[in-house]
Design a protein around this ligand. Structure first.
Ligand SMILES: Cc1cc2nc3c(=O)[nH]c(=O)nc-3n(C[C@H](O)[C@H](O)[C@H](O)COP(=O)(O)OP(=O)(O)OC[C@H]3O[C@@H](n4cnc5c(N)ncnc54)[C@H](O)[C@@H]3O)c2cc1C
Length: 485
């Protein structure tokens, strides 16, 4: 049984990172700063302490230092290795949702806010691309199209109707969205049993390399990065001079004017007001390879012969989301090296919430998920039956799901000087960069949240913290769903 959020510390301790995490593919080529400590001892004080060295923490540090000749003193405290949380173990998919959840968000938050979220997501992909190109970041950023495929009859009908309504209403920007109906869905997607499909611009990336580049940039500008330094507590009240005391588990404390929580799924461990509002949720990813016997990757022998013992895998030109029913999906990101990163695989375990809900243990796998990875390409993709595609590695990671499905960005309610950037619901790659940019403007220039362009539902408010609803558990099936195909 997976350990739940309270296991690592005392019985009522909140979520915190566990040791011995599984090794994701992205962390097989480690950066020289992976275990970095800029100074032997922690400084006693700092202008800004950032807790967490994932995409959020690194992006915040990046914007604090950008175009700043005399940056404030910044200390980044990371419990484990740099970029060893969700960012170092995700799918690498930068997939803005420009249509799928828009009808749901219109119902929940109104048209204006729903469209704000969709446009914000779309703009992030361009922002990530620009950043990568401007900074010449070696992270295999690839601009492509995402292909969402539905294989579940009732869900397909619902999605088609919702899409039709969205088109009719004219409220959302659907210029980049291509809908393919049943007649051609299988051929366009290459997925067996596809009932309908949508394609739109998306990207994929080596997330660890992106983050490590950002961290290297800020460290070279004077930021103090301290890995293997878990924070045990942030004082509940400010000190008499208005600063906050950030106490680490075993390396002393830092007095900080500003504390930025970039702790995603673990946020409630340090800020208990997020208990049941940002919930640690365990996910799983794997990498599938096509073995070297396949002609596509096989070198001819010295005599020029090639042994054709497996069939060439058909080219997959897009990234793929395969939807098997509400809340159940796989996503597949074919990489430029021929391998495929796969996430989701929830069909066999999502109904048993002890595998994932309030779980911080990324040192073990989700056992019922494993058989989903085996033979996935052969089962789902036309022409892949005899390719010999097989699993290379599987890992788990901890996401931050919010009880109202929206991230928390901005000033911490009731805690002047504390700010939060967390709760990305397993979808942070098209949300974090510009949220971090906006938050930094609030921090450095006193900009209001509303002036940043961050969608209004993301604002961290007391009202959201007081809301006891739980959208995370709403879509969980009561029992194991019947198999698709
Ligand atoms: C298996 C999996 C697949 C995913 N796939 C995708 C995908 O394809 N596309 C997508 O958009 N999103 C995906 N996500 C979600 C995405 O990875 C996250 O939204 C994003 O990485 C969040 O970044 P972050 O920096 O906020 O959090 P993290 O990367 O988790 O960073 C938070 C950091 O805070 C540190 N920390 C926490 N508590 C403390 C403490 N007390 N003291 C010191 N440090 C602390 C942690 O160790 C961690 O390094 C996936 C996530 C997982 C787990």
């Amino acid at each position: 049984m997976a350990s739940t959020a309270s296991t690592p510390g005392s019985p009522d301790a909140g979520p915190s990172p566990v040791p011995n995490s599984t090794q994701p593919f992205w962390r097989t080529e480690l950066h020289e700063l992976d275990n970095h400590r800029s100074t032997k001892d922690l400084p006693a004080e700092a202008d800004i302490v950032i807790i967490g060295a994932g995409f959020s923490g690194a992006a915040l540090a990046h914007y604090i230092h950008e175009d700043n000749a005399s940056p404030p003193s910044v200390v980044i405290l990371e419990a484990r290795e740099a970029c060893s949380g969700a960012t170092g173990r995700n799918g690498g998919h930068v997939k803005p949702d420009v249509y799928f959840n828009v009808p749901k968000y219109i119902r929940k938050h109104g048209v204006k806010a729903a469209v704000e979220v969709a446009n914000f997501e779309a703009s992030q992909l361009r922002a990530v691309k620009e950043l990568v190109e401007r900074e010449k970041i070696d992270c295999e950023f690839t601009l492509t199209r995402a292909c969402d495929v539905i294989l579940h009859e009732a869900q397909a009908k619902e999605a088609e109707e919702a899409h039709e309504q969205l088109v009719k209403s004219g409220v959302a920007d659907l210029r980049d969205v291509q809908y393919t109906s049943r007649k051609h869905a299988e051929r366009v997607s290459g997925v067996k049993g596809a009932l309908c499909a949508w394609t739109y611009t998306a990207g994929h990336i080596w997330p660890y390399k992106l983050v490590m580049h950002l961290l290297q940039g800020v460290v070279s500008k004077g930021a103090n990065l301290q890995t293997h330094t878990p924070v045990a507590a942030v004082s509940g009240e400010p000190l008499s001079d208005g600063r906050w005391l950030v106490t680490t588990a075993d390396r002393g404390a830092i007095k900080a004017k500003k504390v930025l929580f970039a702790t995603n799924g673990y946020t409630a461990g340090l800020a208990p007001q997020f208990k049941d509002r940002i919930v640690p949720v365990r996910g799983i990813c794997g990498r599938i390879i096509v073995p070297s016997g396949s002609p596509s990757s096989q070198e001819p022998a010295q005599d020029g012969t090639v042994t054709q013992n497996t069939k060439q895998a058909p080219f997959l030109p897009m990234t793929y989301g395969l939807r098997y029913g509400p809340g159940l999906y796989d996503y597949l990101i074919p990489r430029n090296d021929g391998s495929i990163i796969v996430g989701g695989t929830k069909q066999t375990w999502w109904h048993e919430k002890e595998h994932w809900y309030n779980v911080v243990d990324d040192s073990t796998l989700i056992e019922p998920a494993l058989k989903e990875f085996e033979g996935l390409m052969q089962r789902r993709y036309i022409g892949w039956e005899d390719t010999g595609a097989c699993v290379d590695r599987i890992w788990t990671g901890i996401m931050g799901y919010t009880s109202d499905s929206m991230p928390y960005v901005g000033h911490m309610p009731g805690k002047p000087g504390q700010m939060v950037l967390a709760g990305f619901n397993g979808h942070g790659m098209p949300l974090i960069l510009l949220s971090a940019k906006g938050l930094t403007k609030m921090l450095m220039e006193g900009t209001t949240f509303e002036e940043t362009g961050i969608p209004s539902p993301f604002k961290a408010t007391q009202e959201r913290l007081d809301n006891t609803g739980n959208a995370i558990l709403e879509a969980v099936p009561a029992s194991k769903p019947s198999a698709v195909l």
